[in-house]
Ligand binder design. Structure first.
Ligand code: TXA
Ligand code: MG
Length: 353
């Protein structure tokens, strides 16, 4: 199969491209499209065969459910059962936007889409291309991140092409995404709203709307970097994700101590013949004395760090580094979301200095 690239990166939106992509979806094919978080790999959420194709294209375990993307609140009502009041409140506050809600499903969504679960994850993305595609096709779109399973999520159309070229019908290229980390997932099927995956919408923002919110114990790490022992409720959070080829270690603590530790460890590794990469910020990059130093963003702008995280992990794969050292980014608003991904990429390896 030849994967077509449909350019929708300039305004006004190219309606012909949206029509072409919609036709593919309506015929049961797959189209990757931009959202404000990461690129998604879309198929008709009510079509079992389309969902099967999504798992196959990504090489994803079929027990890891997909997120259904909608453009109107009524679609959430149409695919759920016993929708709690909190769903409306959260939708009013955050949709369209980077929040996914897990609710009880009804028969409209097949088990192929939900990985066999009786619940379904739903979100309304805040991206004009994504919304136009949902509206034009008339489909609710099942879409996981458009990467090969185990690779960093795609934040540019070129990342999607690297991973899925030849495996899907088309990619809508809407340029680089805005946020760069996947949506916050909340579970609304229990008494207390529970965060299953941290993202741009953080605990404080959720509490302002629904009062009590808790974190899934399965994704809480203690100071040794290991979990409480509970299994994460979102199946996708159980897998070792986003692992770069190079062995990644996070160094955290006082800035000067972090820099001197990384310099020392990098020099030792290079001495032994390893190729070393360093994840730095624009504030610190000039202070590193060895290795391939890449700048993830500015410490003063945490959005820039979130935005570039996955791209930088892909760059280190291309550079074929053996060992990667990273600074730690426990920033005020998105720190939890950023560190959740970075710690996973590091297999939780952290050195406190
Ligand atoms: O920002 C995003 O959410 C992106 C864009 C494309 O919308 N999508 C995304 O999809 O990150 P994916 O498949 O990479 O991650 C979906 C996560 C997985 O961890 C999955 O296990 C979880 O959502 N999930 C889906 N349905 C669920 C359910 N019914 N119960 C619990 N977790 C669920
Ligand atoms: Mg994913």
């Amino acid at each position: 199969m030849i994967t077509r690239i449909l350019d929708v990166s300039s305004e006004p939106l190219d309606e012909e491209c949206i029509k072409e992509a919609s036709e593919i979806l309506k015929k049961g094919g797959l189209v990757a499209f931009p959202t404000e978080t990461v690129y998604g790999l879309g198929g008709d959420a009510t079509d079992k065969e389309a969902s099967r194709k999504i798992y196959a294209a990504k090489g994803r375990p079929s027990d890891n459910p997909l997120i259904v993307h909608i453009s109107e609140f009524s679609q959430l009502e149409a695919i759920s059962s016993g929708l709690p009041e909190t769903a409306k409140k959260l939708a009013d506050a955050f949709w369209p936007g980077p929040l996914t809600m897990v609710v009880n499903k009804n028969e409209v969504v097949p088990y192929e889409t939900t990985g066999g679960l009786d619940t379904v994850a739903v979100r309304m993305p805040n991206n004009p291309v994504a919304l136009a595609l949902i509206n034009e096709s008339g489909c609710m779109i099942a879409a996981p991140s458009a990467n090969t399973s185990g690779r960093p999520s795609p934040t540019k159309a070129s990342h999607v092409y690297e991973d899925l070229s030849g495996k899907i019908e088309a990619i809508l290229d809407g340029g680089p995404v805005d946020i760069g980390l996947e949506s916050t997932i909340v579970d609304l099927t229990e008494d207390v709203v529970t965060i299953l995956r941290p993202g741009y919408i953080n605990m404080d923002m959720l509490k302002e709307v629904v009062g009590e919110v808790r974190m899934d114990p399965g994704i809480v790490y203690n100071d040794k970097g290991t979990t409480s022992g509970a299994k994460p409720k979102a199946p996708g959070m159980r897998y070792k994700h986003y692992a770069p080829k190079g062995d990644l270690t996070i160094i955290s603590g006082d800035e000067d101590a972090v820099i001197s530790t990384i310099n020392k460890m990098a020099a030792e590794a290079i001495e032994k013949g390893s190729k070393v990469g360093i994840i730095s910020t624009s504030e610190t990059a000039g202070k590193y004395t060895a290795g391939e130093v890449l700048i993830i963003g500015n410490r003063s702008d945490e959005g820039s760090i979130a935005h570039n995280l996955y791209d930088i992990l892909r760059q280190f794969d291309e550079l074929d580094v053996d060992i990667i050292f990273s600074e730690s980014f426990a920033t005020p608003k998105m720190g939890q979301a950023i560190m959740n991904r970075l710690l996973k990429a590091a297999g939780q390896k952290t050195i406190e200095v």
